[in-house]
Design a protein around this ligand. Structure first.
Ligand code: PGA
Length: 249
């Protein structure tokens, strides 16, 4: 059975004191749930977050990493550095990394391989832009993003993959894909993985939806059979909103 997951991507928000305060509130308010609940604070606050959440089931994950083992890559963070402080899961391919930091499918494929080689879990993000959807090219774009980064992996690597479908036009815009649009794409993703690998892998991988998930739309989106949870940006910065979304799963 695939996991249900709700993850909060804090992006470049919350200083140390604010991180501590939000995490304390989240762990106090966490409802009883079988879903995995994750938060991704900024790099400098990961160690603090791990210690604040020591006795909580909320997992701390990273927003990004570099593909190299180590070396002359000023400003970057390696898989080993994350593992060494106790971070085992990393978000790779967020649309903001693609759009603002020039991360191509080729770079993302290297990052995915580097993380998997260290036995990390990868939350791989992908999704089409508005013009792709308007020109009815969204299935092709999603298929090529998956193929370019993931389809030459060993079948055994898939147990460490979480997918997050995030249509770029829905991220931070307040506009969300309709539950039907999310379901349609998630079913397409599962079929694409079935064709490239097999139906067991396709049925076991958790596929999250991301893009303006809020307390008032989470229940409907999460009720769709191929939606296994959400990657939450803005609403993950407000404890009550994030916890309402966790309850929705
Ligand atoms: P949003 O962000 O929930 O603020 O739209 C989602 C994301 O970027 O993962």
């Amino acid at each position: 059975m695939r996991s249900k997951i709700v993850a909060g991507n804090w992006k470049m928000n919350k200083n140390l004191a604010e991180t501590d305060a939000l995490l304390a509130e989240l762990s106090a308010k966490l409802p009883d749930t079988t879903a995995e609940v994750m938060v991704a604070p900024t790099f400098v606050n990961l160690t603090g977050a791990l210690s604040t959440l020591e006795s909580s089931t909320i997992q701390v994950i990273a927003q990004n990493m570099h593909f190299a083992e180590n070396g002359a890559y000023t400003g970057e963070i390696s898989a080993d550095m994350l593992l060494n402080i106790g971070i085992n899961t990393v978000i790779i391919g967020h649309s903001e990394r693609r759009a603002y930091f020039g991360e191509t499918d080729e770079i993302l494929a290297k990052k995915v391989k580097a993380a998997l080689a260290k036995n990390m879990r990868v939350m791989f993000c992908f999704g089409e832009e508005l013009q792709d959807r308007k020109s009815d090219n969204h299935f092709n774009i999603v298929e090529s993003q998956l193929r370019n980064a993931l389809f030459d992996l060993e079948a055994s690597a898939w147990k460490n993959i979480i997918l997050a479908y995030e249509p770029v036009w829905a991220i931070g815009t307040g506009e969300t894909a309709s539950p039907e649009q999310a379901q349609e794409m998630h079913a397409f993703i599962r079929k694409t993985i079935t064709d490239a690998f097999d139906v067991t892998i396709a049925n076991e991988v958790s596929i999250l939806y991301g893009g303006s998930v809020k307390p008032n739309n989470a229940v409907e989106i999460f009720s769709k059979p191929d939606v296994d949870g959400g990657l939450i940006g803005g609403a993950s910065l407000i404890a009550d909103d994030f916890m309402a979304i966790v309850k929705a799963i």
